[in-house]
Design a protein around this ligand. Structure first.
Ligand code: MRU
Length: 366
């Protein structure tokens, strides 16, 4: 995607070939800044502090973390240790484990002297594959948006999205936003309702920013507005991303997604989830019982950062002294509330049968 006329991915190998550059997402929307990651610890820190975030991007970053670890010592011990350090950075997005499993399985088969080059190659492939998968999700989602456009006879299509599942959450294109970018580029009149997504405000800070960079008309709304808009026919479709979807189609995504799905069902608004296949956890079925939900620090609730008129960025406390804070980062939307899953292979029902139909070679047997 383009920022101020220049093409960017969210992560790339630096010119020296020995480090990795990222866009520091903790500084958006106030500053566009890149950061250089030189060690395994740099990558682990970037994932933990959410300089990089979003399930597919966390996976790609972890793959590069393995490269940096191998460059310092290509032994089995270092490989296992790096795997463990990176896996512990964030618990919910399954792409993290998927990418680490891919890297470890690939490198184990290589002689030690070939591992550094093999690691860079595989991590680069993982990043490139993510771009291809998301572009394909965009095309399949575009078909759905074209149908809505046809039924609205030229009136603008209103899409509601939650959190950030745009190009910043992936290597490029995004998942939920890929169909929106494709539709906008194809000339469809599209407008996005952007949930602000408390407490970290990924909607306000990231989704609104990236849609703005691409020229997509959008409006930021407080998290509780979606139901009201749906009751007044102001939402044609909701599209969100996911951090982990189970084999039977339960969808774990940013906290608040479930409430949007309930409102969508009550108002007959189609509720779609866009995901690349590495986000499917084939080992789990019951998302509510089985997916680990990240709990983050209370300061994400009690503190907010903002820009002063002179351009400086400050953080302020908005909470009363002494109140306890609970900060659950994700929730699970049961499959029966999901209209369909938009994957790189097409759109399917959010069910074991639907997913098996698209990914027969990966679904558990029986
Ligand atoms: O905590 P984050 O910002 O890493 O969570 C990301 C999300 O929950 C997104 O909504 C997303 O859909 C998953 S990544 C495409």
């Amino acid at each position: 995607m383009r920022v101020s006329g220049k093409s960017y991915r969210t992560i790339w190998v630096a010119n020296d070939g020995r480090s990795v550059d990222i866009i520091d997402q903790t500084r958006l929307p106030h500053r566009f800044a890149t950061v250089s990651l030189r060690t395994l610890q740099d990558v682990a820190h970037a994932i933990k502090t959410m300089q990089v975030r979003g399930a597919p991007l966390i996976g790609a970053a972890a793959a590069y973390g393995i490269c940096l670890a191998m460059a310092s010592d290509a032994s089995d011990e270092t490989l296992d240790c790096a795997y463990g350090i990176l896996l512990a950075t964030r618990p919910t997005a399954i792409n993290l484990r998927w990418a680490l499993d891919e890297m470890r399985a690939h490198l184990r088969n290589q002689p030690r002297e070939a591992r550094v080059a093999a690691a860079w190659k595989r991590a680069g492939d993982i990043a490139n594959e993510d771009v291809t998968l998301n572009a394909s999700i965009g095309e399949h989602g575009l078909t759905i948006l074209r149908d809505i456009a046809a039924s609205k006879k030229g009136e603008r299509i209103n899409v509601l999205t939650h959190c950030n599942a745009g190009w910043l959450a992936t290597v490029d294109w995004g998942t939920a936003l890929a169909p929106i970018y494709k539709a906008h580029d194809a000339g469809l009149a599209i407008h996005v309702w952007v949930d602000e997504t408390r407490p970290r405000n990924q909607g306000m800070n990231l989704t609104a920013w990236e849609l703005g960079q691409h020229g997509v008309p959008h409006t930021v709304i407080a998290d509780n507005v979606g139901g009201h808009l749906m009751q007044h026919d102001m939402v044609d479709i909701a599209i969100v991303g996911t951090d982990r979807t189970t084999a039977r189609g339960d969808v774990c995504n940013k906290i608040g997604t479930y409430l949007k799905a309930l409102a969508a069902r009550d108002n007959d608004v189609p509720f779609y989830v866009a995901l690349p296949s590495p986000t499917i956890d084939w080992t789990l079925n019951d998302g509510i019982k089985e997916i680990p939900i990240e709990e983050r620090g209370g300061e994400e609730l009690s503190h907010m950062s903002g820009r002063l008129p002179d351009g400086s960025v400050v953080e302020i406390n908005i909470a009363p002294d002494g109140s306890a804070m609970a900060n659950y980062a994700f929730d699970v939307t049961p499959s029966h509330l999901v209209t369909g899953l938009i994957t790189e292979r097409g759109v399917c029902a959010a069910s074991a049968q639907g997913l098996r139909g698209l990914f027969p070679e990966r679904a558990p047997k029986g």
